[in-house]
Design a protein. Structure first.
Length: 155
């Protein structure tokens, strides 16, 4: 398997099955967890340390959707795909909770590429994307299908 660091601007014809990528780092804080949760997932184990102690996780943890949002930011900021990450579908799992102090990064592998028959300027790319913490534990695992454009014809 070949590892490819994000170089920016990849089009469909630049990608290949088993191509890998890794990018980004994001350190998450308790304040960030609480701020996100108050707005988008106001459950006690996301917004209050003391209440969280008596709940399922036993401590303050980030919403899975917060982990997903961080993942999306790291993907978008990478510039890996020329026209951005245009999602068509995703199957997301959160094997472990993201906690204050975790440092997240994203790695992925392209598992399938299907040029479109009806829209010759694009194709569908399926990738397995993982968000890992500083211990290489998988905090989020996602299989996603993306719309990826071909280069515009020149001339």
């Amino acid at each position: 398997m070949q590892e490819t660091k994000a170089q920016g601007g990849f089009y469909l014809e630049d990608l290949f099955v088993d191509q890998t990528f890794e990018f980004g780092r994001h350190a998450i804080t308790a304040d960030e967890i609480k701020t996100f949760a108050r707005q988008f997932d106001p459950q006690p184990f996301h917004i209050d340390e003391e209440t969280a102690k008596g709940r399922f996780f036993g401590e303050l943890v980030a919403s899975g959707w917060h982990t997903a949002a961080i993942t999306m930011r790291l993907l978008a900021e990478s510039g890996f795909l020329a026209d951005g990450f245009i999602g068509a579908s995703a199957n997301v799992r959160w094997p472990i909770a993201t906690k204050p102090g975790d440092v997240l990064r994203v790695r992925g592998r392209i598992v399938e590429i299907k040029p479109s028959r009806s829209k010759p300027n694009r194709g569908m790319v399926t990738a397995h994307v993982e968000t890992l913490n500083q211990n290489d534990d998988v905090a989020q695992s996602m299989v996603t299908t993306l719309v990826v454009h071909k280069r515009a014809p020149t001339g």
